[in-house]
Design a protein around this ligand. Structure first.
Ligand code: SF4
Ligand code: SF4
Length: 367
């Protein structure tokens, strides 16, 4: 049975915030057309047709909406999309998820998410002082309180949600406060993505450095492990990914073994890119509004982006984790692994600190 995931950007790179570290604003600014505006309904219909036509009964598809800010496409767009899917899906299993900054979330959105079983990812940097330093609106105003209100609204409507935080050096200094917050607010699932430098050009001052990565995750890991052993499991994506890899041989994060896997990142005009971090004109692999999924997937697997031969850093050759890591995700190598002349790998430092305890936990899970 097939199980595919299609990431859709219904509002392209449009956003109602102006976060200092936005990687999509950076990457889209390198394209001939940085934003292609809001997805037309005809484009959405064709995408739905092309996706569903490659699936049989009991196959599954996840439509994952991202941006920019996807809610800028408007609730009527999403109502149309889900109604079209409902009309056409037959016995195909359909899941929905959305990553949002929360600014537009109100009761109507909450009702919509609940009635269509959306999993909602809220972008929130956990601590108000860190969030408001980087996540300003287009007028330069703070946004933490508005995002927190959106999170509480989702909670009150029983919408399943999780938190996506950007790991800046500022947030990395506060693992205890982060853990306290996750426990206090009972956040079941959290993902941290490294604050990335620009795809090319000068370093951003907020860019995560490998030592901050290692310090944050090592400290957080021991807090997490203590709770885990006391029977209180809380999902932190990096720890889950490592358990999936080391215990079951499953890759649940792109790049965790140093290889890019082709993804379907669909811009508002239907163009498809193999990776969200590299949605650049030169890597466009087709258009899902006029080509079928299999043809695009075949092009993705052969695309110059996926098949390129890229080397690990010299220090990887001497690393005991080379076989499981191979330099990790291409886009995060500078921030996490120090591939920028730092000569110190944050992932290696983290594994040095935490792998023995993680292996004990894996042993207990498997037995
Ligand atoms: S750059 Fe990272 S996220 Fe993108 S395809 Fe490669 S490994 Fe995956
Ligand atoms: S040095 Fe870092 S990036 Fe290289 S193999 Fe080791 S853990 Fe991976």
């Amino acid at each position: 049975m097939k199980n595919i995931s299609i990431m859709i950007k219904p509002a392209s790179s449009l956003c109602n915030l102006s976060c200092e570290y936005c990687f999509y604003e950076d990457v889209s600014s390198k394209r001939a057309m940085s934003s292609c505006g809001v997805m037309k309904r005809e484009t959405a219909n064709k995408i739905i047709d092309n996706v569903l036509s490659c699936l049989n009964d009991m196959d599954a598809v996840s439509f994952v909406f991202q941006g920019g800010e996807p809610t800028l496409a408007g609730l009527p767009f999403f109502l149309h999309f889900t109604e079209e899917v409902e009309k056409k899906k037959g016995s195909v299993l359909v899941n929905y998820a959305i990553q949002t900054n929360g600014i537009l979330i109100d009761k109507s959105w909450c009702r919509f998410f609940k009635s269509n079983n959306f999993l909602v990812g809220i972008s929130q940097d956990i601590l108000p002082e860190v969030h408001d330093k980087y996540r300003k609106d287009t007028n330069g105003s703070d946004t933490y309180e508005r995002v927190n209100a959106a999170r509480k609204a989702l909670l009150s409507y029983g919408v399943e949600y999780n938190i996506l935080s950007v790991l800046t050096n500022d947030l990395a200094k506060e693992p205890e406060k982060v853990w306290d917050y996750l426990c206090r607010e009972n956040i079941g699932y959290t993902q941290f993505i490294p604050c990335l430098g620009k795809i090319e050009g000068e370093k951003k001052s907020c860019r995560l450095n490998p030592c901050s990565f290692a310090g944050f995750y090592s400290h957080l890991f021991f807090l997490w492990a203590k709770a885990f052993k006391a029977g209180k499991y809380r999902s932190i994506k990096l720890f889950d990914d490592l358990i999936n890899l080391l215990a079951y041989g499953k890759q649940t994060a792109c790049g965790i073994t140093g290889k890019c896997s082709p993804q379907f990142v669909v811009e508002a005009d239907g163009r498809v890119f193999p990776c969200d971090f590299y949605a650049l004109d030169e890597y466009c692999i087709g258009n899902l509004a006029c080509e079928n999924v299999e043809d695009i997937y075949n092009k993705a697997a052969k695309s110059s982006f996926i098949t390129r031969d890229d080397a690990e850093a010299d220090f990887c050759c001497r690393c005991p984790y080379l076989k499981i890591c191979h330099g990790g995700c291409l886009r995060m190598r500078k921030e996490v692994c120090g591939f920028d002349g730092e000569n110190e790998c944050g992932y290696r430092l983290f594994l040095d600190n935490c792998l023995p305890e993680l292996q004990q936990i894996i042993h207990s899970i498997l037995n």
